[in-house]
Design a protein around this ligand. Structure first.
Ligand code: SF4
Length: 701
């Protein structure tokens, strides 16, 4: 069972994509304690504040959903029902909607916190059996621009580097991320490396002076939305100063001439002006990158959550390609995953435009392979709805039923007033969650209680392609069930039981692993017996070994094996600021809270850091509005309003303001939700929302 002894189990932290190893020890009365796993290759025993306090989220069951509930009409209260009653009704409603309106009238909205086995089953159910493709994940809000960036340049959604490259690098460029708060154990490794090697250079590109910026050698506070200009300026400087690797470019890339033409279309001074930065900072950064032996770029939501998120990714990855700094120890573009299993979800086809094992809906051969693998026919090649498109489709009535799993869109999606209206219009809403503090429950017709971390078994893949096993240590409270069991019971009710009967999560993983044979993410050599000895990195075909780094042979995953340099101009298409709404609102996370707080708000220690929602405003903007520190302000935009206390600080540059995204209606109030204000524009390719650029006005309330 993977038990170290009768009372201690190995697992992985269920918060961020760093994927720290944890040991769980049983305590009397079904309680647990946690410690960092000293033998784990990611964290070597370290945990951040969230991971250290993970046991409180399991030990305190006061908020847990304990049994299924259901209402027969929107006006009636929900009542306790049995699992059979809840799933019989859900299956009957789904069947009748599908019969009447087709498979595209139902949707599943799942989560980067689902285990790989669960994710695989949801996809099998929707794509193989319901035969629609409306299954999307909250990873759409997080990683989808990076996915497209990697696919377009390297030929596959494949992070080419590993964490051990941190200690082998001597120049780290952090763009649009605050790993010191959001990926703390990675950042501790970066800090330790810098401390031991003071010549290592760290550059942080972020409009905000974050903790990461404060501990970097150079912080460049560019204007929001201008990252592509900055990266193109770096490309220009690298070329102009002879820092490119011409042999690598000639042999292993396409598109260099077009790329060069684009980046030389402006001078460094012009780029600097557009970015609102000092041109010398661009030159200095290019010198450090150019002279380095190991150049790692790291990025997260500042690049991804943007109306031009794909362009931002392409412009950054290009810097590794023109310098040939990829596929070598200490080098490469490293997208830091937000959620613990965003990568595992993508492996099994978690986005509405993908099939299992990174197969594409647009590829008839891929469809035929999965039809034969699942023993079905008629998989649709039409991409399903993305997360925000599901909301639009609920609003316009095309989507009738939605099943929301392990995510709380009434706090996390952009433009919440619209989300609320859309969910009100839905004919049928199922919410499957662990917590009664999810705002989305208010709109549910059926509520299904799920087992939480440590109450079920399965795998996750972290940001460096490392697959870990999470052991079940304790029983779920009440009648809560593991998500995989809920899916299989539902499939049985829909008449597909023969294809959804598994004796254990290990068997589900084996089926998924078999579906990867022959693909670039082949993990047919991975099974639970292997994972019990420790986590491994894919690709891992049967009979081979764990792969730390990709492209060491310079053979990329594109059809001609060459990486693609794709020129991008970077004109920002976010909503503009106006006289009425002159400030740019940035949203993000704080150190000790996780997403919509349904877990972290239960932990007193984590609530000490920042007790309530706030808006950060620059002193100049505050003075113009006669606003003093700590006063209550109203923040208004085209879509809504929030009222919070103001924190006046130089951490945000003038013309911008910042608000954390964590607070919702249940845990605070409807006027505490940053996403009342956020723009629902999305990147045209990745469909990732533009969370980092919303026009607002701030005034004293
Ligand atoms: Fe958990 Fe991430 Fe903290 Fe590691 S860094 S303990 S994975 S929240």
């Amino acid at each position: 069972s993977g038990i170290i002894n009768n009372e201690t189990f190995r697992s992985t932290c269920s918060y961020c994509g760093v994927g720290c190893g944890i040991t769980i020890t049983l305590q009397p009365e079904g309680k647990i304690t946690v410690e960092g796993d000293k033998d784990h290759p990611v964290n070597h025993g370290m945990l951040c504040s969230k991971g250290m306090n993970l046991h409180y989220t399991v030990n305190d069951t006061s908020d847990r959903l304990l049994y299924p509930t259901m209402r027969y009409s929107k006006n009636l209260p929900k009542k306790r029902v049995s699992w059979d009653q809840a799933l019989d009704r859900t299956a009957a409603v789904f069947q009748s909607i599908i019969e009447k309106f087709g498979p595209e009238s139902v949707a599943f909205y799942v989560s980067g916190q689902c285990l790989t086995e669960e994710y695989y089953l949801w996809n099998k159910l929707m794509k193989g059996f319901i035969k629609g493709n409306n299954i999307d994940t909250n990873s759409r809000l997080c990683m989808s621009s990076a996915v497209v960036g990697y696919k377009k340049t390297l030929g596959e959604d494949s992070v080419p580097v590993c964490y051990d490259d941190i200690e082998l690098s001597d120049c780290l460029l952090i763009e649009g991320g605050n790993p010191a708060w959001c990926h703390p154990i990675i950042w501790r490794r970066v800090e330790a490396h810098k401390e031991a090697n003071p010549d290592v250079k760290i550059i942080c590109l972020d409009p905000r002076k974050t903790q990461t910026a404060a501990s970097s050698d150079l912080h460049i506070a560019l204007l929001p939305g201008t990252d592509v200009y900055f990266n193109n300026a770096l490309g220009r400087e690298l070329i102009a100063n002879g820092f490119t690797d011409q042999e690598f470019i000639d042999k292993n890339t396409d598109g260099y001439k077009e790329y060069e033409t684009e980046v030389f279309s402006k001078t460094t001074e012009e780029y600097a002006e557009l970015c609102g930065v000092n041109p010398e900072d661009i030159r200095q950064t290019a010198q450090w990158i150019g002279r380095s032996k190991g150049f790692l770029s790291m990025w997260t939501m500042g690049l991804n959550q943007s109306a031009i998120g794909v362009q931002k990714n392409l412009s950054l990855i290009s810097l590794s390609l023109i310098t040939g700094k990829i596929g070598k120890p200490g080098n490469g573009p490293f997208s830091l995953t937000g959620q613990p299993n965003a990568m595992g979800g993508r492996e099994v086809g978690g986005l509405s435009n993908m099939l299992a094992s990174h197969r594409e809906l647009s590829n008839p051969q891929h469809i035929a392979e999965m039809e034969s693998f699942w023993g079905v026919s008629g998989i649709s090649n039409k991409p399903g709805l993305s997360a925000t498109e599901m909301i639009d489709a609920l609003e316009n009535g095309k989507l009738k039923a939605i099943w929301i799993v392990c995510t709380n869109p009434l706090v996390s999606l952009p433009n919440l007033n619209k989300v609320e209206k859309a969910l009100k219009k839905a004919a049928f809403v199922v919410v499957q969650d662990i917590s009664s503090n999810s705002d989305t429950l208010a709109f549910a017709d059926v509520v299904l209680p799920a087992a939480a971390w440590a109450e079920k078994e399965g795998t996750m893949t972290n940001a460096e392609r490392r697959v870990s096993l999470l052991q079940k240590a304790i029983e779920a409270p009440g009648e809560a069930l593991p998500d995989s069991e809920i899916i299989c019971r539902f499939a049985e009710k829909m008449g597909w039981g023969n294809s959804f009967r598994y004796s254990s999560p290990a068997e589900i993983y084996d089926e998924y692993a078999q579906s990867t044979v022959g693909t670039n993410i082949d993990c047919s050599g991975i099974n639970y017996s292997l994972l019990k000895k420790g986590p491994v990195q894919w690709p891992y075909p049967k009979g081979s070994n764990s792969t730390s780094r990709l492209f060491e042979n310079n053979a990329f995953y594109t059809p001609n094996k060459k990486a693609q340099l794709i020129p991008v101009s970077g004109v920002n298409t976010s909503e503009g600021t106006t006289k009425e709404f002159p400030l740019v609102l940035l949203t993000g996370r704080i150190r000790d809270q996780w997403h919509t707080q349904t877990k972290t708000a239960k932990v007193n220690r984590l609530n000490q850091h920042k007790k309530s929602p706030f808006l950060q405003l620059n002193p100049k903007d505050a003075a113009e509005r006669k606003i003093k520190n700590g006063q209550l302000v109203s923040v208004k935009g085209k879509r809504g309003e929030v009222r919070v206390k103001v924190e006046i600080t130089e951490e945000v540059r003038s013309g911008t303001c910042f608000m954390p995204m964590h607070w919702g209606k249940i845990l605070q109030s409807d006027l505490a939700r940053a996403n009342n204000l956020t723009s629902d524009l999305v990147d045209p390719i990745s469909k990732e929302p533009d969370f980092k650029f919303s026009a607002v006005q701030v005034s004293l309330y």
